[in-house]
Ligand binder design. Structure first.
Ligand code: ATP
Ligand code: MG
Length: 251
């Protein structure tokens, strides 16, 4: 079984506060993992650290058995909706095409345009293809960013709450599209989600996070009462607080 992502003893500190404490997991190629945890539990921090956007960490991160610095595989990322840039002066189709890393849309061939259009159609956003980004709704914009990732055929796809801000009907289809993509292309996917049911039904691994790793393993074993209690209780504002079974037992 080829290892796609291996994280060992990963900790992240910022200004003396612990944001992530001793995270360990390994995903085989083609795995689909959900990260579930309360607000402020370090989910986005974990994705950003895996993406190399945060140098302030200890421990090891490997992609396809190569250290993060030597990694050559394509990693795509759809950020959380609140950080999406809508001021970029472009129409939706151009933003999708920009995933192909060609600087000017006029040198993009017909084939690429068709590819972009087809992906947008699949994500039910082809009707906004010619609209300016600042005219799109939050959910539409997020699907444009997802299309931009999918067009690159990444080996690893990281999604930060891709279904948040999308209405229920579309949310279902976004979850289905991501699952389908995972199956069809054997792409390794990590998705941050607040939707336990989506994690349970769509992903094969789940990481329950509350700065510490409460659980990592198969998704169908993740959502036990005790695991959820350990993940979602004792949420304090004190960053130095320790979470885990000890707190529950002593509470
Ligand atoms: N650069 C930083 N310096 C100090 N604290 C930070 C920094 N970045 C994030 N934090 C804090 O770290 C904690 C984890 O943040 P993070 O964004 O990873 O949470 P999250 O699990 O993604 O939450 P949400 O569900 O709200 O998106 C938060 O308390 C946040 O305020
Ligand atoms: Mg977040």
């Amino acid at each position: 079984m080829e290892s796609a992502i291996k994280v060992s003893s990963l900790s992240v500190n910022a200004n003396k506060f612990t944001l992530l404490d001793n995270i360990n997991f390994e995903l085989p190629k083609g795995a689909y993992m959900a990260i579930v945890g309360p607000n402020g539990s370090g989910k986005t921090t974990l994705l950003k650290t895996l993406l190399g956007l945060n140098k302030n960490y200890s421990g090891e991160i490997e992609f396809f058995a190569q250290t993060i610095n030597k990694n050559k595989s394509k990693i795509a990322y759809v950020p959380q909706i609140k950080t999406l840039d809508r001021t970029f002066p472009a129409i939706a189709l151009e933003l999708v095409l920009s995933g192909l890393k060609k600087s000017w849309s006029f040198i993009v061939g017909k084939e690429d345009r068709l590819k972009a259009y087809n992906i947008m159609e699949k994500l039910s956003i082809s009707h906004v293809a010619n609209r300016q980004l600042n005219e799109l709704s939050g959910g539409e914009l997020q699907r444009v960013y997802l299309a931009r990732c999918l067009i690159t055929n990444p080996s690893i796809l990281m999604l930060d709450e891709p279904a948040t801000g999308i209405d229920l009907v579309c949310e279902k289809s976004v979850n289905n599209i991501i699952s389908e993509y995972n199956r069809d292309f054997n792409t390794t996917i990590i998705m941050v989600t607040h939707d336990w049911s989506a994690a349970y039904h769509h992903t094969n691994y789940t990481l329950l996070l509350n700065k510490k790793q409460v659980f990592f393993g198969e998704s169908h074993k993740a959502f036990t009462d005790i695991n959820l209690q350990n993940t979602f209780s004792h949420i304090g504002h004190d960053h130095g607080i320790s979470f885990g079974l000890k707190d529950i037992v002593n509470a």
